[in-house]
Design a protein around this ligand. Structure first.
Ligand code: AMP
Length: 218
């Protein structure tokens, strides 16, 4: 099955996608992660995207559509994908429909994680990840068991995203409200939108999402 996890920055899309991908044999496709990898490798796409990302603005649709199209064509997406961070505009949502149809696939569900905006700035400003394995932590909500050492791999190097700060978050939230939220009615009309309370504890959010996916994967 192919599904979209939708919600503002900090809603928990990435965290939840990582938790559920292995249990269902789906692949998490995070366009934000792909762009950050392109920046790290100093690819042309990364150079084009970096200043926009640092400012909290969206990268042009044409670039994002090409990026996701070439990724979805790869064989590891055969069983299905969890789209995390794509689509973010109505033209991206429309292009996704065309792309999936041409691949003989379809979009089964769109799950919106509903969260209170004030909580998002706190969630995002405190987060950091292990450079070695990508495990996620938070200054207030989930510190590593031993300070400075990753619980998962023992790594001691951590990084913070340059756009995870209160100032840039204001632009990212505005982009969500103005450019991304309009895709919600697009999917309501198609009858495939489901909402989950993203303010609930992480484990219950995961359970709710898993229950939705299970219905499609019987
Ligand atoms: P994320 O990791 O999903 O929070 O994305 C980080 C940043 O990457 C966003 O603020 C945008 O600048 C850019 N980005 C990621 N996905 C998209 C997309 N589908 N369309 C446009 N820009 C995107």
């Amino acid at each position: 099955m192919n599904l979209i996890l939708l919600g503002p920055p900090g809603a928990g899309k990435g965290t939840q996608a990582k938790r559920i991908e292995t249990s269902f044999g789906l692949i998490q496709l995070s366009t934000g992660d792909m762009l950050r990898a392109a920046i790290k490798r100093d690819e042309p796409l990364g150079r084009e995207a970096k200043s926009l990302m640092d400012a909290g603005k969206l990268v042009p649709d044409s670039l994002m559509i090409n990026l996701i199209a070439s990724r979805m064509n790869q064989s590891d997406c055969a069983k299905g994908a969890i789209l995390d961070g794509f689509p973010r505009t109505v033209p991206q949502a429309e292009a996704l429909d065309v792309m999936l149809t041409s691949m003989g696939k379809k979009l089964d569900a769109v799950i919106v994680l509903e969260v209170d905006e004030p909580a998002l700035i706190e969630r995002v400003s405190g987060r950091f990840t292990c450079v070695q394995c990508g495990a996620g932590y938070h200054d207030h909500f989930s510190q590593p068991r031993q300070a400075g050492v990753c619980d998962s791999c023992g790594g001691t190097d951590f990084s913070r995203r340059p756009d995870d700060n209160a100032e840039t978050m204001k632009t990212r939230l505005a982009a969500y409200r103005q450019q991304t939220a309009p895709i919600i009615p697009y999917y309501v009309e198609k009858g495939i939108l489901q909402t989950v309370d993203g303010m609930a504890p992480m484990a219950s959010v995961e359970q709710e999402i898993a229950a939705i996916i299970s219905k499609y994967m019987k």
